[in-house]
Design a protein around this ligand. Sequence first.
Ligand code: FCB
Length: 437
Amino acid sequence: MNRPLGFLWGVSTSSYQIEGAAGTDGRKPSIWDTRCRIPGKVANGDTGDVACDHYHRYREDIALMRDLRIGAYRFSFAWPRLLPDGKGAANEAGLVFYDRLIDALLEAGIEPWACLYHWDLPQALEDRGGWISRDSAGWFADYAALVARRYGDRVKHFATVNEPSVFTLFGYAMDWGAPGIVDRAAHLQAIHHVNLAHGAASDVLRALVPGAFIGCIHNRQRIVPESDTPADRAAAAKLHAFWNDAFPEPQLNGVYPAAIAEDIAPYVRPGDMARICRPGDYFGLNHYGPIFAKADPSALWGFAWGSAPTDAPKSDIGWPIYPDMFQDELVDLTQRYRLPVYVTENGCGGRADKGNELDDRHRIEYLKAHIAAMHRAIERGADVRGYFVWSLLDNFEWGSGFGNRFGLVFVDFATGVRTPKASARWYADLIAGKISL
Ligand code: FCB
Protein backbone atom coordinates (compact mmCIF):
# COMPACT_ATOMS: atom_id res chain seq x y z
CA MET A 1 0.00 0.00 0.00
CA ASN A 2 1.31 3.38 -0.96
CA ARG A 3 0.91 5.13 2.38
CA PRO A 4 1.22 8.91 2.55
CA LEU A 5 4.14 10.14 4.56
CA GLY A 6 3.34 10.80 8.21
CA PHE A 7 0.07 8.89 8.13
CA LEU A 8 -1.16 8.34 11.70
CA TRP A 9 -2.40 4.96 12.91
CA GLY A 10 -4.27 4.80 16.18
CA VAL A 11 -6.95 3.21 18.31
CA SER A 12 -9.95 4.78 20.02
CA THR A 13 -11.80 4.26 23.29
CA SER A 14 -14.07 6.32 25.53
CA SER A 15 -14.23 6.91 29.26
CA TYR A 16 -17.55 5.37 30.25
CA GLN A 17 -17.03 2.38 27.99
CA ILE A 18 -13.69 1.28 29.49
CA GLU A 19 -12.79 2.99 32.76
CA GLY A 20 -15.05 1.39 35.35
CA ALA A 21 -14.22 2.71 38.85
CA ALA A 22 -17.58 4.44 38.64
CA GLY A 23 -17.69 5.37 42.32
CA THR A 24 -13.95 5.54 42.96
CA ASP A 25 -11.88 8.52 44.08
CA GLY A 26 -14.71 11.02 44.02
CA ARG A 27 -16.31 10.30 40.63
CA LYS A 28 -20.05 10.86 40.72
CA PRO A 29 -22.70 9.42 38.37
CA SER A 30 -23.14 10.35 34.76
CA ILE A 31 -26.35 10.06 32.78
CA TRP A 32 -25.18 6.64 31.59
CA ASP A 33 -24.79 5.37 35.17
CA THR A 34 -28.38 6.44 35.63
CA ARG A 35 -29.61 4.85 32.41
CA CYS A 36 -27.92 1.54 33.20
CA ARG A 37 -30.06 1.31 36.30
CA ILE A 38 -33.35 1.58 34.42
CA PRO A 39 -34.56 -1.96 33.70
CA GLY A 40 -34.65 -2.84 30.01
CA LYS A 41 -32.44 0.00 28.76
CA VAL A 42 -29.17 -1.97 28.53
CA ALA A 43 -28.93 -5.58 27.37
CA ASN A 44 -28.41 -8.09 30.11
CA GLY A 45 -28.60 -5.36 32.77
CA ASP A 46 -24.93 -4.54 32.10
CA THR A 47 -23.39 -1.36 33.51
CA GLY A 48 -20.13 0.55 33.19
CA ASP A 49 -19.44 0.19 36.93
CA VAL A 50 -16.36 -1.95 36.27
CA ALA A 51 -16.23 -2.27 32.46
CA CYS A 52 -12.59 -2.95 31.48
CA ASP A 53 -11.34 -1.52 34.77
CA HIS A 54 -9.04 0.62 32.69
CA TYR A 55 -8.87 3.07 35.61
CA HIS A 56 -6.70 0.52 37.42
CA ARG A 57 -5.22 -1.29 34.41
CA TYR A 58 -4.27 1.63 32.18
CA ARG A 59 -0.57 0.73 32.29
CA GLU A 60 -1.34 -2.71 30.91
CA ASP A 61 -3.47 -1.12 28.20
CA ILE A 62 -0.68 1.25 27.23
CA ALA A 63 1.68 -1.72 27.01
CA LEU A 64 -0.81 -3.37 24.63
CA MET A 65 -0.81 -0.22 22.51
CA ARG A 66 2.95 -0.09 22.52
CA ASP A 67 3.00 -3.64 21.19
CA LEU A 68 0.78 -2.49 18.33
CA ARG A 69 3.22 0.35 17.71
CA ILE A 70 0.38 2.80 17.21
CA GLY A 71 1.17 6.48 16.88
CA ALA A 72 -1.86 7.88 18.69
CA TYR A 73 -4.46 6.94 21.27
CA ARG A 74 -7.85 8.59 21.25
CA PHE A 75 -9.62 8.57 24.61
CA SER A 76 -12.12 10.79 26.39
CA PHE A 77 -12.07 12.55 29.71
CA ALA A 78 -14.88 11.61 32.07
CA TRP A 79 -16.48 14.92 32.95
CA PRO A 80 -18.01 13.46 36.16
CA ARG A 81 -14.56 12.30 37.27
CA LEU A 82 -13.01 15.75 36.85
CA LEU A 83 -16.02 17.77 37.99
CA PRO A 84 -18.23 15.37 39.93
CA ASP A 85 -21.02 17.94 40.16
CA GLY A 86 -20.50 19.01 36.56
CA LYS A 87 -19.30 22.44 37.59
CA GLY A 88 -17.65 24.08 40.55
CA ALA A 89 -15.03 22.18 42.53
CA ALA A 90 -12.62 20.01 40.56
CA ASN A 91 -11.73 16.54 41.82
CA GLU A 92 -7.98 16.30 42.28
CA ALA A 93 -7.92 12.49 42.32
CA GLY A 94 -9.69 12.41 38.97
CA LEU A 95 -7.27 14.97 37.56
CA VAL A 96 -4.34 12.88 38.75
CA PHE A 97 -5.65 9.79 36.95
CA TYR A 98 -5.41 11.55 33.58
CA ASP A 99 -2.03 13.08 34.52
CA ARG A 100 -0.74 9.55 34.92
CA LEU A 101 -2.44 8.25 31.81
CA ILE A 102 -1.10 11.09 29.66
CA ASP A 103 2.42 10.88 31.10
CA ALA A 104 2.52 7.12 30.54
CA LEU A 105 1.31 7.54 26.95
CA LEU A 106 3.97 10.12 26.22
CA GLU A 107 6.61 7.91 27.79
CA ALA A 108 5.50 5.10 25.49
CA GLY A 109 5.80 7.42 22.47
CA ILE A 110 2.04 7.51 21.90
CA GLU A 111 0.35 10.81 21.09
CA PRO A 112 -2.72 11.49 23.26
CA TRP A 113 -5.83 12.54 21.30
CA ALA A 114 -8.34 13.67 23.88
CA CYS A 115 -12.06 14.10 23.46
CA LEU A 116 -13.89 16.24 26.01
CA TYR A 117 -17.25 14.58 25.73
CA HIS A 118 -18.13 11.02 24.83
CA TRP A 119 -21.67 10.94 26.19
CA ASP A 120 -21.11 10.78 29.97
CA LEU A 121 -22.73 14.02 31.10
CA PRO A 122 -22.60 14.48 34.89
CA GLN A 123 -26.00 13.55 36.30
CA ALA A 124 -25.87 16.70 38.44
CA LEU A 125 -26.02 18.77 35.24
CA GLU A 126 -28.80 16.61 33.82
CA ASP A 127 -30.72 17.48 36.98
CA ARG A 128 -30.37 21.14 35.93
CA GLY A 129 -31.68 20.42 32.44
CA GLY A 130 -28.57 18.96 30.82
CA TRP A 131 -28.17 19.81 27.14
CA ILE A 132 -31.73 21.14 27.04
CA SER A 133 -30.54 24.05 29.13
CA ARG A 134 -28.81 26.83 27.26
CA ASP A 135 -26.46 27.11 30.25
CA SER A 136 -24.86 23.85 29.10
CA ALA A 137 -22.61 25.72 26.65
CA GLY A 138 -21.12 27.68 29.55
CA TRP A 139 -20.73 24.58 31.75
CA PHE A 140 -18.92 22.89 28.90
CA ALA A 141 -16.63 25.87 28.29
CA ASP A 142 -15.65 25.93 31.99
CA TYR A 143 -14.94 22.20 31.89
CA ALA A 144 -12.84 22.72 28.73
CA ALA A 145 -10.85 25.43 30.54
CA LEU A 146 -10.08 23.07 33.42
CA VAL A 147 -8.83 20.45 30.97
CA ALA A 148 -6.86 22.96 28.93
CA ARG A 149 -5.11 24.43 31.98
CA ARG A 150 -4.25 21.08 33.48
CA TYR A 151 -3.23 19.10 30.41
CA GLY A 152 -2.58 21.66 27.67
CA ASP A 153 1.17 21.46 28.26
CA ARG A 154 1.12 17.78 27.24
CA VAL A 155 -2.01 17.28 25.15
CA LYS A 156 -2.30 19.15 21.87
CA HIS A 157 -4.89 17.11 19.97
CA PHE A 158 -8.44 17.77 21.06
CA ALA A 159 -11.95 16.93 19.99
CA THR A 160 -14.80 18.83 21.57
CA VAL A 161 -17.56 16.20 21.33
CA ASN A 162 -17.98 12.72 19.95
CA GLU A 163 -20.83 12.13 17.50
CA PRO A 164 -23.15 14.95 18.58
CA SER A 165 -25.79 13.85 16.08
CA VAL A 166 -25.86 10.36 17.52
CA PHE A 167 -26.13 11.21 21.20
CA THR A 168 -28.72 13.92 20.60
CA LEU A 169 -30.86 11.73 18.33
CA PHE A 170 -30.59 8.62 20.50
CA GLY A 171 -30.90 10.57 23.76
CA TYR A 172 -33.69 13.02 22.89
CA ALA A 173 -35.67 11.47 20.02
CA MET A 174 -35.42 7.68 20.16
CA ASP A 175 -34.70 6.54 23.72
CA TRP A 176 -31.74 4.51 22.52
CA GLY A 177 -29.35 6.45 24.75
CA ALA A 178 -29.16 8.69 27.82
CA PRO A 179 -31.05 10.65 29.00
CA GLY A 180 -33.81 8.84 27.11
CA ILE A 181 -36.18 11.75 26.52
CA VAL A 182 -38.41 11.63 23.43
CA ASP A 183 -39.50 15.16 22.61
CA ARG A 184 -39.07 17.38 19.56
CA ALA A 185 -38.34 20.62 21.44
CA ALA A 186 -35.86 18.86 23.73
CA HIS A 187 -34.11 17.30 20.75
CA LEU A 188 -33.83 20.60 18.87
CA GLN A 189 -32.60 22.49 21.92
CA ALA A 190 -30.03 19.80 22.68
CA ILE A 191 -28.71 20.04 19.11
CA HIS A 192 -28.41 23.80 19.28
CA HIS A 193 -26.82 23.87 22.73
CA VAL A 194 -24.29 21.18 21.85
CA ASN A 195 -23.36 23.26 18.82
CA LEU A 196 -22.95 26.33 21.03
CA ALA A 197 -20.87 24.23 23.44
CA HIS A 198 -18.60 23.19 20.57
CA GLY A 199 -18.03 26.82 19.62
CA ALA A 200 -17.39 27.93 23.19
CA ALA A 201 -15.01 25.06 23.99
CA SER A 202 -13.12 25.56 20.73
CA ASP A 203 -12.48 29.17 21.72
CA VAL A 204 -11.31 28.17 25.19
CA LEU A 205 -8.92 25.50 23.87
CA ARG A 206 -7.59 27.88 21.22
CA ALA A 207 -6.95 30.60 23.82
CA LEU A 208 -5.41 28.39 26.50
CA VAL A 209 -3.45 25.73 24.62
CA PRO A 210 -0.63 26.98 22.42
CA GLY A 211 -0.35 24.84 19.31
CA ALA A 212 -3.68 23.09 19.90
CA PHE A 213 -5.12 20.98 17.07
CA ILE A 214 -8.88 21.16 17.52
CA GLY A 215 -11.81 19.44 15.88
CA CYS A 216 -15.14 17.77 16.38
CA ILE A 217 -15.91 14.12 15.72
CA HIS A 218 -18.88 13.32 13.53
CA ASN A 219 -20.54 10.08 12.62
CA ARG A 220 -21.32 10.39 8.91
CA GLN A 221 -22.64 7.81 6.54
CA ARG A 222 -25.00 7.26 3.66
CA ILE A 223 -28.66 7.13 4.65
CA VAL A 224 -30.32 4.82 2.15
CA PRO A 225 -34.13 4.64 1.83
CA GLU A 226 -35.24 1.08 2.56
CA SER A 227 -37.50 1.20 -0.52
CA ASP A 228 -37.84 3.60 -3.41
CA THR A 229 -41.18 5.02 -2.23
CA PRO A 230 -41.67 8.78 -1.68
CA ALA A 231 -42.37 8.11 2.02
CA ASP A 232 -39.11 6.21 2.59
CA ARG A 233 -37.18 8.74 0.54
CA ALA A 234 -38.55 11.60 2.65
CA ALA A 235 -37.78 9.71 5.85
CA ALA A 236 -34.19 9.13 4.71
CA ALA A 237 -33.79 12.81 3.81
CA LYS A 238 -34.98 13.92 7.26
CA LEU A 239 -32.69 11.46 9.01
CA HIS A 240 -29.83 12.61 6.79
CA ALA A 241 -30.36 16.19 7.98
CA PHE A 242 -30.27 15.20 11.64
CA TRP A 243 -27.56 12.56 11.36
CA ASN A 244 -25.11 13.98 8.84
CA ASP A 245 -25.65 17.72 8.61
CA ALA A 246 -27.09 19.12 11.87
CA PHE A 247 -23.60 19.62 13.35
CA PRO A 248 -21.03 19.92 10.55
CA GLU A 249 -23.11 22.50 8.63
CA PRO A 250 -23.43 25.03 11.49
CA GLN A 251 -19.91 24.33 12.82
CA LEU A 252 -18.20 24.56 9.45
CA ASN A 253 -20.51 26.72 7.34
CA GLY A 254 -22.52 28.65 9.93
CA VAL A 255 -25.96 27.40 8.83
CA TYR A 256 -28.46 24.72 9.78
CA PRO A 257 -29.46 22.36 6.97
CA ALA A 258 -32.64 23.47 5.21
CA ALA A 259 -34.58 20.36 6.26
CA ILE A 260 -34.42 21.33 9.96
CA ALA A 261 -33.73 25.07 9.83
CA GLU A 262 -37.36 26.04 10.45
CA ASP A 263 -37.77 23.58 13.31
CA ILE A 264 -34.70 24.85 15.13
CA ALA A 265 -35.13 28.58 14.42
CA PRO A 266 -37.12 29.32 17.63
CA TYR A 267 -34.06 28.36 19.71
CA VAL A 268 -31.48 30.32 17.74
CA ARG A 269 -30.65 33.76 19.17
CA PRO A 270 -28.96 36.59 17.30
CA GLY A 271 -25.22 35.94 17.07
CA ASP A 272 -25.52 32.21 17.77
CA MET A 273 -24.48 31.01 14.33
CA ALA A 274 -21.30 33.08 14.55
CA ARG A 275 -20.62 31.58 17.99
CA ILE A 276 -21.03 28.05 16.65
CA CYS A 277 -19.06 28.37 13.43
CA ARG A 278 -15.61 27.08 14.41
CA PRO A 279 -14.32 24.89 11.59
CA GLY A 280 -11.23 23.94 13.58
CA ASP A 281 -8.20 22.13 12.29
CA TYR A 282 -9.57 18.78 11.17
CA PHE A 283 -12.72 16.79 10.55
CA GLY A 284 -13.00 13.69 12.77
CA LEU A 285 -14.99 11.04 10.95
CA ASN A 286 -16.52 7.99 12.61
CA HIS A 287 -17.82 5.55 10.06
CA TYR A 288 -19.15 2.00 10.23
CA GLY A 289 -21.57 1.49 7.32
CA PRO A 290 -24.74 2.92 5.79
CA ILE A 291 -28.08 3.27 7.57
CA PHE A 292 -31.21 1.99 5.85
CA ALA A 293 -34.12 4.24 6.77
CA LYS A 294 -37.87 3.88 6.44
CA ALA A 295 -40.94 5.98 7.10
CA ASP A 296 -42.64 5.44 10.45
CA PRO A 297 -45.51 7.82 11.11
CA SER A 298 -45.53 6.84 14.78
CA ALA A 299 -41.91 7.91 15.32
CA LEU A 300 -41.04 11.37 16.67
CA TRP A 301 -39.73 12.66 13.34
CA GLY A 302 -41.45 10.15 11.04
CA PHE A 303 -38.38 8.02 10.35
CA ALA A 304 -37.08 4.76 11.75
CA TRP A 305 -34.25 2.34 11.12
CA GLY A 306 -35.18 0.02 8.24
CA SER A 307 -33.56 -3.21 7.09
CA ALA A 308 -30.63 -3.68 4.79
CA PRO A 309 -31.33 -5.82 1.70
CA THR A 310 -31.36 -9.49 2.67
CA ASP A 311 -28.29 -10.21 0.54
CA ALA A 312 -26.29 -7.31 2.05
CA PRO A 313 -23.01 -8.33 3.70
CA LYS A 314 -23.34 -7.84 7.46
CA SER A 315 -21.11 -8.09 10.51
CA ASP A 316 -21.86 -10.62 13.25
CA ILE A 317 -23.87 -7.94 15.06
CA GLY A 318 -25.93 -7.25 11.93
CA TRP A 319 -24.41 -3.97 10.75
CA PRO A 320 -24.27 -3.70 6.91
CA ILE A 321 -20.82 -3.63 5.33
CA TYR A 322 -20.23 -1.43 2.26
CA PRO A 323 -16.60 -0.23 2.08
CA ASP A 324 -17.22 1.64 -1.20
CA MET A 325 -19.60 3.96 0.62
CA PHE A 326 -16.80 4.74 3.09
CA GLN A 327 -14.55 5.57 0.15
CA ASP A 328 -17.17 7.94 -1.32
CA GLU A 329 -17.79 9.56 2.06
CA LEU A 330 -14.10 10.42 2.43
CA VAL A 331 -13.94 11.96 -1.03
CA ASP A 332 -17.20 13.91 -0.51
CA LEU A 333 -16.01 15.22 2.84
CA THR A 334 -12.78 16.61 1.43
CA GLN A 335 -14.63 18.30 -1.40
CA ARG A 336 -17.33 19.70 0.84
CA TYR A 337 -15.36 20.98 3.84
CA ARG A 338 -11.74 21.25 2.70
CA LEU A 339 -10.38 20.13 6.07
CA PRO A 340 -7.87 17.35 6.74
CA VAL A 341 -9.81 14.24 7.71
CA TYR A 342 -8.91 11.84 10.49
CA VAL A 343 -10.94 8.66 10.64
CA THR A 344 -11.43 8.69 14.39
CA GLU A 345 -13.46 5.45 14.50
CA ASN A 346 -13.94 2.48 12.20
CA GLY A 347 -14.28 -1.10 13.26
CA CYS A 348 -16.28 -4.28 13.29
CA GLY A 349 -18.59 -5.69 15.92
CA GLY A 350 -18.62 -9.37 16.86
CA ARG A 351 -20.09 -11.63 19.51
CA ALA A 352 -18.30 -14.05 21.78
CA ASP A 353 -21.09 -16.60 21.32
CA LYS A 354 -20.15 -16.94 17.64
CA GLY A 355 -16.87 -18.54 18.75
CA ASN A 356 -14.74 -16.47 16.35
CA GLU A 357 -13.64 -13.57 18.49
CA LEU A 358 -10.05 -14.61 19.23
CA ASP A 359 -9.34 -15.80 15.72
CA ASP A 360 -11.35 -12.87 14.38
CA ARG A 361 -10.80 -13.15 10.64
CA HIS A 362 -14.16 -11.44 10.08
CA ARG A 363 -12.75 -8.31 11.74
CA ILE A 364 -9.50 -8.49 9.77
CA GLU A 365 -11.54 -8.74 6.54
CA TYR A 366 -13.61 -5.71 7.56
CA LEU A 367 -10.56 -3.61 8.48
CA LYS A 368 -8.69 -4.67 5.35
CA ALA A 369 -11.62 -3.73 3.11
CA HIS A 370 -12.11 -0.35 4.79
CA ILE A 371 -8.44 0.59 4.90
CA ALA A 372 -8.17 -0.37 1.22
CA ALA A 373 -11.24 1.79 0.51
CA MET A 374 -9.63 4.67 2.41
CA HIS A 375 -6.55 4.25 0.31
CA ARG A 376 -8.60 4.41 -2.91
CA ALA A 377 -10.24 7.57 -1.54
CA ILE A 378 -6.82 9.11 -0.93
CA GLU A 379 -5.90 8.30 -4.53
CA ARG A 380 -9.09 10.10 -5.58
CA GLY A 381 -8.00 13.21 -3.68
CA ALA A 382 -9.42 12.69 -0.19
CA ASP A 383 -7.21 14.43 2.37
CA VAL A 384 -7.09 11.65 4.97
CA ARG A 385 -4.25 11.96 7.47
CA GLY A 386 -4.95 9.25 10.02
CA TYR A 387 -7.04 6.25 10.96
CA PHE A 388 -8.10 4.98 14.41
CA VAL A 389 -9.62 1.56 14.96
CA TRP A 390 -12.63 1.34 17.22
CA SER A 391 -11.61 -0.11 19.57
CA LEU A 392 -8.52 -1.12 21.48
CA LEU A 393 -10.56 -3.25 23.88
CA ASP A 394 -13.90 -5.01 23.94
CA ASN A 395 -15.95 -2.67 26.10
CA PHE A 396 -19.33 -1.46 27.28
CA GLU A 397 -21.20 -1.02 24.01
CA TRP A 398 -23.98 1.26 25.30
CA GLY A 399 -27.44 -0.31 24.97
CA SER A 400 -25.90 -3.59 23.77
CA GLY A 401 -23.91 -3.94 26.99
CA PHE A 402 -20.91 -6.25 26.83
CA GLY A 403 -22.50 -8.52 24.21
CA ASN A 404 -21.22 -6.61 21.20
CA ARG A 405 -17.44 -6.67 21.00
CA PHE A 406 -15.38 -4.28 18.88
CA GLY A 407 -11.92 -4.79 20.41
CA LEU A 408 -8.63 -5.72 18.83
CA VAL A 409 -8.06 -7.13 22.30
CA PHE A 410 -10.47 -9.59 23.90
CA VAL A 411 -11.56 -8.76 27.44
CA ASP A 412 -12.84 -11.40 29.84
CA PHE A 413 -15.20 -9.20 31.79
CA ALA A 414 -15.33 -11.59 34.75
CA THR A 415 -11.59 -11.39 35.37
CA GLY A 416 -10.45 -8.36 33.38
CA VAL A 417 -7.89 -10.49 31.55
CA ARG A 418 -6.91 -9.08 28.14
CA THR A 419 -5.96 -11.31 25.18
CA PRO A 420 -4.95 -9.77 21.86
CA LYS A 421 -7.03 -11.15 18.99
CA ALA A 422 -5.70 -12.10 15.57
CA SER A 423 -6.80 -8.64 14.39
CA ALA A 424 -4.41 -6.99 16.89
CA ARG A 425 -1.47 -8.86 15.38
CA TRP A 426 -2.73 -8.04 11.89
CA TYR A 427 -3.03 -4.31 12.71
CA ALA A 428 0.47 -4.29 14.24
CA ASP A 429 1.82 -5.88 11.04
CA LEU A 430 0.00 -3.34 8.90
CA ILE A 431 1.44 -0.46 10.92
CA ALA A 432 4.91 -2.00 10.72
CA GLY A 433 4.56 -2.07 6.93
CA LYS A 434 4.60 -5.88 6.74
CA ILE A 435 1.24 -6.10 4.98
CA SER A 436 0.29 -4.64 1.66
CA LEU A 437 -3.36 -4.47 0.76
C1 FCB B 1 -19.86 4.83 17.91
C2 FCB B 1 -19.51 5.36 19.28
C3 FCB B 1 -18.60 4.48 20.08
C4 FCB B 1 -18.92 3.01 19.87
C5 FCB B 1 -19.03 2.67 18.40
C6 FCB B 1 -19.30 1.21 18.11
O1 FCB B 1 -21.07 5.36 17.50
O2 FCB B 1 -18.85 6.61 19.17
O3 FCB B 1 -18.68 4.87 21.41
O4 FCB B 1 -20.02 2.66 20.59
O5 FCB B 1 -20.03 3.45 17.82
